[in-house]
Design a protein around this ligand. Structure first.
Ligand code: RNT
Ligand code: ZN
Length: 421
């Protein structure tokens, strides 16, 4: 049997022949940090309310053993991170994951404070994680997509969500101070219209005014990066989304905040990877939600497919330091730990794959109009022994190789998950 070291050496020789420095690729890939979303673990429910998931997003499936307490969710997150190569990753929290000490401690979302997230900060510190954050403007009595949140015509509702976002800025600042790393705070609202709208401008004007009011809050821009996330449509709001891509791209440009591109939020024939190089010419930083759209759903678990590889190649060639790479998918029909892991590892794979491409050479060939060679080279790269380099990378980073993580995950289901009440 050949050892992993031998497999790696052989692979490295093949890559070297194409002009790729494999050791450097491994080093670069390991520096790229991902922000893992907490919400795959409990089907986007959170701890501050008992109602269903609303806001035009949906989890489908009834796989048992979902985390229902902060302790269980933390335990699961801890497990997933043992399968993810690379250091210095982040955890992405939603406001709905506030932890209240006792039933009397509950406060509504406009009154949330840093102390409601102290346990998450302890968790992050214990695991060397950075933290990102999101106001939660869905799954709440005051959050109805058609009636609107930050774009609501009901002034009381609109001001409630403005207060919520400002509270979230304070919490994001607290995260940055405690972890010593900047916190990206992403604003996504479900607001939209199911059928042909009677008007398209008023709600957008109100959304703009709401964001302006939120941004009037003083905050340290070197610690908190505020982003706005667009969407093409949601379930039940198919005809118009108030926070469209044009709306937010312009808003982010005019106000020097970040635009967040969710790869599941565009028309299916759009190549989302193609957007990054253009966006970065006008911004130093760009935020991403990496997801996988299928027909009506924008949030399938990411897999190592062409779209993901192309996205990763754009991240790598434009400079990973410019990105906040967050993952955003949720599947309730399969083991959630495995879903989380597959999604995260597929992103890691795609980034490593991209680092292993002869990107300089491909760019030169493009300038030289040698389209024939570009095509042939891409096809050649696809059959190089990437799996051997990947396994080596996993071993180097102290995580299970591809053959091994799933058995361990099954063991976790047997020993931990299945014993949950
Ligand atoms: C919904 C958006 C949003 C959410 C999370 C839970 O379509 O993608 O980012 O998925 O905030
Ligand atoms: Zn998203």
């Amino acid at each position: 049997m050949t050892t992993l070291q031998e497999r790696y050496e052989t692979a490295r020789e093949r890559y070297t022949k194409v002009g790729v420095d494999v050791d450097k690729a491994l080093e670069e890939a390991a520096k790229i940090r991902l922000s893992m979303h907490c919400w795959q673990g409990d089907d986007v429910i959170g701890f501050d309310q008992k109602g269903p998931l609303t806001g035009g997003i949906q989890t489908t499936g009834n796989y048992p053993y979902k985390a229902t307490t902060p302790e269980e969710l933390m335990q699961d997150i801890e497990k997933v991170f043992t399968y993810i190569p690379g250091k210095g990753h982040k955890l992405n929290l939603h406001a709905s994951y506030a932890i209240f000490d006792g039933p009397d401690a509950w406060v509504d979302r406009d009154a949330l404070e840093p102390r409601h997230f102290a346990k998450w900060v302890d968790f992050a510190k214990a695991h060397d994680l950075g933290l990102d954050f999101n106001p939660t403007m869905f799954s709440h009595p005051k959050a109805n997509a058609q009636l609107g949140t930050l774009s609501a015509s009901d002034e009381e509702v609109r001001q409630f969500w403005i207060r919520h976002c400002i509270a979230c800025i304070r919490i994001s600042e607290y995260f940055a101070e405690e972890t010593g790393q900047p916190c990206m705070m992403n604003i996504w609202i479900p607001d939209g219209v199911k059928d042909v709208p009677g008007d398209r401008i008023r709600a957008r004007k109100r959304l703009k005014a709401s964001l302006d009011q939120i941004l009037q809050t003083d905050y340290d821009q070197s610690k908190v990066y505020i982003a706005v996330e667009s969407k093409v449509f949601g379930i039940g709001v198919e005809s118009e989304t108030v926070g469209s891509h044009e709306f937010y791209m312009n808003y982010a440009n005019a106000n020097n905040i970040l635009c967040l591109i969710d790869t599941g939020h565009f028309h299916p024939t759009e190549v989302v990877a193609d957007k990054l190089s253009s966006m970065l010419l006008f911004h130093d930083k760009l935020a991403l939600h990496v997801s996988r759209p299928i027909r009506w759903d924008s949030d399938h678990v990411t897999i190592f497919n062409d779209d993901l590889r192309e996205l990763a190649q754009q991240i790598v060639t434009t400079g990973p330091e410019h990105y906040f790479i967050g993952m955003d998918y949720f599947d309730a029909s399969i083991n959630r730990i495995a879903a989380w892991t597959t999604g995260m590892r597929s992103m890691e794979k795609a980034l490593l794959y991209a680092e292993l491409l002869p990107n300089e050479k491909l760019a030169d060939l493009q300038d030289a109009h040698d389209f024939t060679q570009i095509q042939a080279l891409y096809e050649r790269m696809k059959v190089l022994p990437f799996g051997d380099v990947w396994d080596y990378y996993c071993e180097q980073n102290g995580v299970a190789a591809e053959d091994d993580w799933f058995a361990d995950c099954q063991q976790y289901e047997k020993e931990v998950l299945s014993k949950r009440a």
